[in-house]
Design a protein around this ligand. Structure first.
Ligand SMILES: NC(=O)c1ccc[n+]([C@@H]2O[C@H](COP(=O)([O-])OP(=O)(O)OC[C@H]3O[C@@H](n4cnc5c(N)ncnc54)[C@H](OP(=O)(O)O)[C@@H]3O)[C@@H](O)[C@H]2O)c1
Length: 327
């Protein structure tokens, strides 16, 4: 048996409890990981609360099929499935698994990678979903050298990676965040910072539209507003945003509308879904170990305070990354 956070049904994060559950067994293509740290991101909040309701179609209609929440992890491999070739017991890995808010979690071998040499377990657990999502957006943007990029939600988990990746590619980056995160966003390399509580970053100006690329991780602004900030052939990358109304889709309908509109426009409106895979983790590890990007942790909670950690991230105003420690 092992110590784990247990989710008996959908509900507020406070309903999460510390429990004792069986150690999972890896399937043929999986590894078992002794979790040393687990990342917390808004996706976990959605699965814990079951909101928007559309989430339940994927995770279980009445209650979550997986009773232990958590995806991001960093830890040490303690068992490998019969078809796993590239990983061995004792390897330190990071990536995504099933039920990472526990002492042990299983992960598909093709969704983890050897940990970046320069990171602690806590830092490594802060990378997988946010880093891979920002990487997917940067790739869809195309060549960023010399281009003007605006990142909405620049002080959040995905946004902090997006700012750094765009800078590493040679872009001129404007980070949009609230005033309290301005210094942090500058420290990530942003050339300019806009406080959205004072200035609407998408407001029409007499000057030409400013941005070749807008990476939207926050706020659920309307597509028409976001397009105003783009050059005539600019690219809008839609990652997420928690402020949408409606308990069924909570803003995900923007992604669908973007797909419908985009073929009719010179601008490109592109929904971004982060993929979990070893190759992208290896790319991120390379960028980290050569000092081009770095994960930033704002708060570390012990495993037993997972409810507080999930509520903190669910506030929609977390700074950089939040992790659970299992040391
Ligand atoms: N598509 C995918 O594959 C994928 C993957 C991961 C995450 N997501 C989604 O992407 C979104 C961001 O994830 P995350 O991990 O970065 O979340 P996060 O860490 O909570 O960061 C969100 C950031 O948005 C800022 N923000 C809130 N309202 C804003 C507004 N109106 N304008 C500008 N900034 C605002 C917040 O900071 P302030 O204090 O400055 O407001 C916060 O730092 C979430 O909706 C998440 O579900 C999607």
């Amino acid at each position: 048996m092992m110590r784990a956070i247990v989710q008996d049904g959908y509900g507020p994060p406070e309903a999460l409890r510390v429990g004792s559950v069986p150690v999972p067994a890896p399937r043929d293509d999986e590894v078992l990981v002794r979790v040393r740290a687990a990342g917390v991101d808004p996706g976990v909040w959605h699965v814990v609360t079951g909101l928007p309701y559309g989430v339940r179609l994927g995770f279980g209609l009445r209650r979550p099929r997986q009773p232990v929440p958590g995806l991001d992890l960093a830890g040490v491999v303690t068992a490998v499935g019969s078809r796993v070739r590239d990983l061995a017991v004792g390897d330190a890995v990071f990536g995504t698994g099933r039920g990472s808010f526990a002492e042990h979690a299983v992960a598909k071998a093709d969704q983890v990678a050897p940990m970046p040499a320069t990171l602690s377990f806590q830092e490594a657990a802060a990378v997988p979903i946010s880093g891979q999502t920002a990487l997917a957006a940067a790739r869809k943007a195309g060549d960023l050298e010399g281009r003007r990029v605006m990142v909405l939600g620049a002080g959040g988990g995905v946004g902090a990676f997006a700012v750094q990746l765009a800078k590493a590619e040679g872009a001129h980056v404007t980070g949009v965040c609230s005033a309290g995160k301005a210094d942090f966003v500058r420290s990530l390399g942003a050339d300019e910072v806009v406080d959205y509580t004072v200035t609407d970053p998408t407001a029409p100006t007499s000057a030409a539209p400013a941005y070749d690329v807008v990476i939207d991780t926050a706020g659920n602004r309307r597509l028409t507003r976001l397009r105003r900030a783009l050059t005539p052939r600019g690219v809008l990358l839609l990652i997420g945003g928690e402020a949408g109304e409606g308990r069924l889709l909570q803003g995900f309908d923007r992604q669908a509308r973007a797909l419908l509109w985009s073929p009719l426009l010179h601008q490109r409106l592109v929904p971004v879904m982060g993929k979990q895979r070893t190759t992208d983790l290896q790319t991120l590890a390379g960028l980290i170990d050569t000092g081009r990007i770095r994960p930033v942790i704002d708060r570390v909670f012990p495993l037993e305070d997972a409810a507080a950690a999930v509520a903190h991230v669910g506030s929609g105003h977390a700074r950089a990354k939040t992790v659970l420690s299992l040391d």
